[in-house]
Ligand binder design. Structure first.
Ligand SMILES: [Zn+2]
Length: 420
């Protein structure tokens, strides 16, 4: 099998001198300034285009960067030009991401309008206090020698790194220097070549709402205790916040206890405390979810070559308000995303099965279709062969078989084409 390329990020702690640190802050300031300037132009132009559809103006990160280069203030040139060039690339990427999500219907559901009147997911201005100071470095200027990186020899000189760069045989794509947890970090994107690694099995996966996933080999992957505990803690604190909000704003609720619109809301120090705790728990839950999903998806690819999954219509499901929360909670989108890129990286085949295929309703043993199956029924007895089917396990087995059938059909079509 041919080798495959994949992109890795290598994060290294930096030990800059005080003088180098001044440069870093300045470069991060330039990046933020350029991003905000560009976003303001983007907003102006897109607003203009909406009101004057007959005289639309072009807009892109690259066009704006050219305008910026012509008018930029002098202090911008005190640091590497890549600091602002990277900012315009970030800006463009942020808009592309927004439009992609809008097309895919995966933008967060809009409950409340945003303060600036823009839709949810629209790029935001980078506030000095609420964004990670960071700036971009092009692969054209990055050089590594032992424990040192250079990218602007004249003004910064070699910057000390806590460890050596590990992927010296890879192709450097770019880097970013950022400040978090009281330190400066370098993240380098490297493209490396590796042998594809996947098993030779075929598996169907039902990415569940109730479970993390159920596979066709009968494995029920449950969400771990730590996650369930954190989720319980989160719900408890959300209830607490609700009580505190009610206690602080008794006049803002109607006789049925519902919040009324257009009211001023008071907050207390205790509420702020609860809010901080909620934010922390949410971050922990997100991290846990990502970790769990990584373990699961890595394991699947390690053992299989063919993976059948349901081609979920995430947009359609998200429109169903009650399901939307459960789906977001279960991280369906994240699991799907990881399976996709890991399969591609390792030469495995991910086969999406049409969502109209009756994977839950059809008995995997005999093909009888249970047309009356309800969403809440976890188990059902087949009217054809009498087998007791566990909902998700049966669906997973059907997804595996359907994936194999689709691939076989594809092969047959290819063979016939080659013969004629
Ligand atoms: Zn049956």
């Amino acid at each position: 099998m041919t080798a495959i390329f994949c992109v890795k990020a290598h994060k290294i702690k930096l030990n800059p001198t005080p003088v180098q640190e001044i440069y870093f802050w300045r470069a991060a300031g330039v990046a933020r300034f350029a991003f905000n300037w560009g976003l303001a132009r983007y907003n102006e132009i897109l607003d203009w285009n909406r009101e004057h559809p007959e005289t639309k103006q072009q807009v892109s990160g690259r066009l704006l960067r050219k305008r910026f280069t012509a008018i930029k203030p002098e202090w911008v040139s005190e640091v590497t030009a890549w600091a602002y060039i990277g900012a315009f690339e970030d800006l463009q990427a942020a808009f592309v991401m927004f439009w992609k999500k809008q097309l895919a219907g995966s933008l967060p559901p809009a409950r409340k309008p945003r303060g600036d009147g823009r839709p949810h997911g629209w790029p935001r201005f980078k506030a000095r206090n609420h964004t990670t100071p960071a700036f971009y470095l092009s692969n054209q200027i990055i050089r590594f020698t032992g424990h040192f990186i250079t990218f602007d020899v004249k003004r910064v000189g070699p910057v000390n790194m806590a460890e050596e760069f590990r992927f010296s045989n890879g192709r450097i794509l770019g880097g970013r220097i950022s400040y978090s947890q009281g330190r400066w970090w370098l993240a380098v994107q490297v493209e490396i070549e590796h042998e594809p690694e996947h098993g030779d099995g075929a598996v169907g996966i039902d990415l569940g709402i109730k479970y993390l996933a159920v596979t066709s080999d009968g494995q029920v992957v449950d969400n771990p205790k730590a996650l369930q505990q954190s989720l319980r803690k989160l719900r408890r604190m959300q209830r607490k916040l609700d009580r505190q909000r009610r206690a602080n704003n008794p006049a803002n609720f109607d006789e049925k206890g519902r919040a009324m619109r257009g009211k001023e809301w008071a907050t207390s120090a205790r509420m702020k405390e609860t809010e901080t705790k909620i934010a922390k728990t949410n971050a922990r839950i997100a991290n846990l979810r990502r970790e769990i999903a990584h373990q699961f998806t890595t394991d699947i690819i390690r053992n299989n070559e063919i993976i059948g999954i349901e081609d979920l219509n995430i947009r359609g499901l998200m429109a169903n308000y009650k399901l939307a929360k459960a789906i977001a909670d279960a991280g369906l989108y994240e699991k799907r995303r990881q399976l996709e890129y890991k399969a591609a990286q390792n030469g495995a085949i991910l086969v999406p099965v049409s969502r109209w295929y009756p994977s839950s309703k059809m008995c995997n043993k005999c093909g009888w279709v249970n047309t009356g199956l309800k969403l809440w029924e976890r188990e059902w007895t087949c009217g054809g062969c009498g087998q007791v089917n566990h909902r998700d396990g049966n669906a997973a087995a059907n997804l595996r078989d359907e994936a194999l059938r689709i691939l076989e059909n594809d092969n047959r079509r290819r063979t016939t084409l080659a013969e004629t």
